[in-house]
Unconditional design. Structure first.
Lengths: 236, 236
């Protein structure tokens, strides 16, 4: 008799504050015997740090050495990580892959999902995205009524960013890092600079909110974003 | 000596599944003496129903009779609701306003926020939006890497919807209701119909996922959305 497979969870753990896990993510995190999380090239293991206080000593841990940016050359890293996870699933153990923010919004879980979801029962638990957490931290509504919200990575070219911003009522530009100066120039051209709000590491212990004009382009982390609330800001 | 004010919370309670509250929203919900929630014209009180099992008998409740759609004529309703809340805040009691999904993404909390946040200490707790919950329920990644995601209400004109969809890699069209037929025609014109996924009431007990071609336009609820994953669906 073959053993039934374990279940694969894509577990959204939110933007940084451990209290922003959902009750569901918390329950699953506590119950699974195995967790997996990206251990970036830089040696930072952010996702694990977010839930560190919730982990017991008997948890089996699978650090996944994944490159920070996803490119064709990343495929072998995902193949290896997926196979490590598959060993436990095949043995009947449930595995939760920790995902900062939400598992299906950017991020790296999708590459694990696309390798394993056809082979094993899989469930995705949504998480608070940095966009939502940043608006709450900044204290500014994102979209009213008929507004269109566009979320875009700062890695896009200036031309594409400009085109996309032209038809967005509200916008969030994520993954700023070394792209800040380019984004700044686009926002100034588009007349959006005055409305733009800047935040680093929303809800993390080192969260930082500064007026966007005071941001030093050389010191912007990857985990920074710009929020441009819709033009209806302040509507009553 | 004047009493210190109570704190106003905009409490994101997620899309419907009570387990999708965050640990933080759950803690605040349990601790505040007063809650407020929209009691729609139709008599439905969805937000309260989501957290019903978490409420104790001694909680003071403020149902807010708000019109379903926000228009200029809605202002008196919000004025009245805000003043009812202000009475408790002035008396030193914390008040949590229950917000389906996320408080700052569409929804009605912003109109309370814009009336009270200058007068009372205010904190917004982000919540799982229906967009994130729907992708998880459908089991399909929304955006990879450099994709742009646009979230737009179905209430927009066919022309605007078409223009916005033209520059989105992934899109979510919310608040479908009686606008389904219009959206369907736009998607067909844009060649997006084959990629579009339909879901009603994500994570609620009566969640319903059907192939979009089988949807009966006359029976689409307000709480339905269409998700168009980015063209990189299935990327490895």
């Amino acid at each position: 008799m073959t053993q039934p497979s374990g279940r694969l969870y894509g577990l959204g753990i939110g933007p940084g504050d451990p209290e922003l896990l959902t009750l569901k993510a918390y329950r699953i995190l506590k119950s699974v015997p195995v967790i997996a999380y990206p251990s970036l090239e830089s040696g930072k293991v952010l996702a694990r740090a977010i839930v560190a206080d919730y982990l017991s000593d008997d948890k089996i841990e699978i650090p996944m050495p994944l490159p920070f940016s996803v490119e064709r050359s990343s495929q072998p890293y995902y193949d290896i990580a997926a196979e490590k996870i598959a060993v436990h699933l095949s043995a009947g153990q449930d595995v939760a892959v920790l995902c900062e923010g939400d598992p299906f919004l950017y991020g790296s879980f999708m590459y694990i999902f696309n390798r394993l979801s056809a082979r094993f029962p899989t469930e995705v638990v949504p998480g608070i995205s940095s966009t939502l957490a940043s608006a709450a931290a900044l204290g500014v509504p994102i979209t009213y009524r008929n507004d269109v919200l566009s979320i875009m990575p700062a890695t896009l070219s200036a031309e594409i960013l400009s085109d996309r911003l032209a038809v967005a009522d509200a916008a969030v530009i994520i993954k700023l890092g070394r792209h800040f100066a380019k984004v700044r120039d686009v926002l100034k051209e588009r007349g959006l600079w005055e409305r733009a709000l800047y935040i680093e590491r929303a809800t993390m212990p080192n969260q930082r909110i500064v007026p966007i004009a005071e941001v030093e382009p050389g010191e912007v982390p990857y985990w920074a974003l710009i929020l441009i609330p819709s033009q209806w800001k302040g509507e009553v």
